[in-house]
Design a protein around this ligand. Sequence first.
Ligand code: PXG
Length: 426
Amino acid sequence: MPFTANRQFRSAPRLLARAEGMYYWTPEGRQVLDGTAGLWCVNAGHCRPRIVEAVRRQVGEMDFAPTFQMGHPIAFEFAERLAAVAPPGFKHVFFTNSGSESADTALKIALAYHRARGEGQRYRLIGRERGYHGVNFGGMAVGGIPANRKVFGPGIAGVYHIRHTHDLSKNSFSKGQPLHGGTEFADDLERLCTFHDPSTVAAVIVEPVAGSAGVLVPPRGYLERLREICTRHGILLIFDEVITGFGRLGKPFGAERLGVMPDLFTTAKALTNGTVPMGAVFVKDAIHEAFMQGPAGIELFHGYTYSGHPVACAAGIAMLDTCEEEGLLERAAGLEGHWEAAAHALKGARHVIDVRNFGLMAAIELEPRSGAPAARAYETFVKAFESGVLIRVTADTIALSPPLIVEKPQIDRMFGVIREALASTG
Ligand code: PXG
């Protein structure tokens, strides 16, 4: 099983058998409120009829078609629909099958872009501590998860990391973006670039809000400063929007919410509402243009058998229809005030050393149990599940990211169950 204590799971399995709207049901028929949108992906809620129907129809009409030297209309239709919701200037997408593939694809596009322009000396890639860009070689290498490096090594050469922005001594219990540290943390990039010669750096990749590592919201001014440094040195800025894309932060994409535009951004997860695996990399028009010069031939020597899979495209188009009909890509903005208040009401609850929130994301960080890191959060997760609420934990941080159709009483229930679970956790 992925990222799972297999033997522990076998002795006490937790199974989900059915889903609808805001809820899962276990095989025994117990209802569980979904506080995590599956795994940050089911933004429109589960088993939405429009998406279910679109997938059924497409799988019966054309199950698969090749996209190497061939095409099918639905993939182009989906690409055009995505370009229409993307920020201005991002009219081109490349389809992948996951967030991990999106990360590796974006890094490869960045390298190839510089080569296409005669700047092949730009080979270095810069990520950030506590960043998560999936599990493939490129994403793992630029990612900043120490356990990955411990188990598999650094991955690829020429990769460097700036510091993460988490500073509990100055920013604990921040509501929304922390006020402290934006420039200071971002200036790490300038230091690293100066040290390695900025003309050798191809790209910088960060999540606008780090998700997996425990909802680390960028301090004010931080992303603006990264943008400024990248622009000044001709380095491409990649945002990993696998979690922040498709309405999580109250706008279609995190870049818009945060007011900073990258050169490329990656998506997956909510792209199809999690219904069919798929990812997409969006590139600025100028990057696409750079590949369209020179003699005719294959412009981007990259692709997957399932790039633009017709069933995934059908799910994605139906997801966009659902979002448009229900205003889901902006819905988080109207709930954010209630969400923030409910989350921060846990300040003072047992074990809680920090609460942070942005859009419909929140984290509750716990004081680790002495000698047993992560145990306290894991026990809280098990208790919450037994009380009918699904949460997600990473180390000693609880992360919440409900489907964007969540209602206020359901928000109150999530935080209420967490408070009770914490009170009974030693
Ligand atoms: N980038 C980001 C920012 C992600 O959050 C990936 C890339 C990789 O996506 P795939 O589809 O290859 O898994 C992710 C994935 C968690 C959790 O508990 C988060 C992810 C996956 C599994 C668990 O926070 N994010």
